[in-house]
Design a protein around this ligand. Structure first.
Ligand SMILES: Nc1ncnc2c1ncn2[C@@H]1O[C@H](COP(=O)(O)OP(=O)(O)OP(=O)(O)O)[C@@H](O)[C@H]1O
Ligand SMILES: [Mg+2]
Length: 272
């Protein structure tokens, strides 16, 4: 294949800017999953705030270019500041620094882009956003094991991949693919989070295992990767996602919030 020298030069120049940015970010974490709708964005947003609560300077990159939900779930409105030289200042909430494609477009405007353009946008967020000094940068990825995951893994050089799954078989199957991808990409730490693990009935307080029980933990053991913890299925978490009030910030006593805080603590011990 012939390479276009001008393109190659641009790529190298962008990579130089990415490396400059990454030097100031101690730990990079990608959050992904084989299957859609399992709670990646919920996990990424709440973990980011949980890390902030532990006094860690944290950034959150919404790497889901066509389905960006981070701003909605984190309750952030407005637009990032752009200076005249293509540099972008992230948006903020409670000190958390956030960037998302959603802030660049009217709400109902779709992004109809093929893989290379979506990957290009992620690279641009890494190269041109002024993240500053951070303890953690989390990337919330779209479902599956496609272009965006590859780009994030190659250009962010994450020290940890968090694979989110629900306990049911179809999700676990896809989760295995995601874990295998993270292994192939040589991400040094791979952790599984089981989300929507049991619903506590508000009437009788019994736990209803809608999606089954313990599958994430079993799968993590089978695949020889870390099990980071499970998040219960809770009304507060779904409501908080819709209203932009993450339970870690607004309902710290809830089961989900407590689980997110303890997973953030576990991450702090793994990534030193
Ligand atoms: N533990 C939970 N308890 C209750 N509701 C939850 C929980 N986790 C996620 N949800 C809800 O499930 C839905 C899907 O979650 P979310 O958008 O975080 O998934 P996702 O994996 O990021 O989806 P996508 O693949 O589309 O990016 C949302 O409405 C969210 O509020
Ligand atoms: Mg999502």
């Amino acid at each position: 294949m012939q390479t276009n020298p001008e393109r190659q030069k641009q790529f190298e120049e962008q990579d130089r800017r990415i490396q400059e940015n990454l030097k100031k970010i101690r730990h990079r974490i990608v959050v992904f999953s084989g299957k859609g709708g399992v709670g990646k964005t919920t996990v990424a947003v709440n973990l980011a705030f949980a890390l902030m609560k532990a006094d860690k300077k944290t950034g959150l990159l919404d790497a889901d270019i066509t389905g960006p939900n981070v701003l909605k779930m984190a309750g952030i409105t407005g637009q990032p500041f752009m200076d005249g030289q293509n540099q972008i200042l992230p948006m903020q909430k409670e000190g958390l620094q956030v960037i998302s494609m959603a802030a660049m477009l009217p709400e109902d405007q779709p992004v109809i882009w093929r893989g290379p353009l979506r990957s290009g946008a992620i690279s641009q967020f890494l190269a041109d956003v002024i993240w500053g000094d951070l303890d953690y940068l989390l990337a919330d990825l779209p479902p599956g094991t496609g272009d965006e995951v590859l780009t994030a893994a190659q250009r962010m050089r994450p020290q940890m991949a968090i694979v989110v799954t629900t306990p049911q078989e179809v999700s676990l199957l896809d989760c295995k693919r995601a874990v295998t991808m993270a292994k192939k990409l040589n991400v040094p730490n791979i952790g599984v989070i089981e989300n929507m693990a049991g619903l506590i009935c508000p009437h009788c307080e019994k736990t209803i295992d809608i999606f089954g029980k313990g599958g994430g933990e079993r799968m993590a053991k089978e695949m020889d990767v870390r099990f980071l913890g499970k998040i219960p299925m809770e009304l507060a978490t779904r409501e908080g996602g819709d209203t932009g009030e993450p339970p870690v910030l607004t309902r710290p006593e809830s089961g989900s919030a407590r689980a997110f805080l303890s997973i953030a603590e576990a991450i702090g011990k793994i990534l030193k």
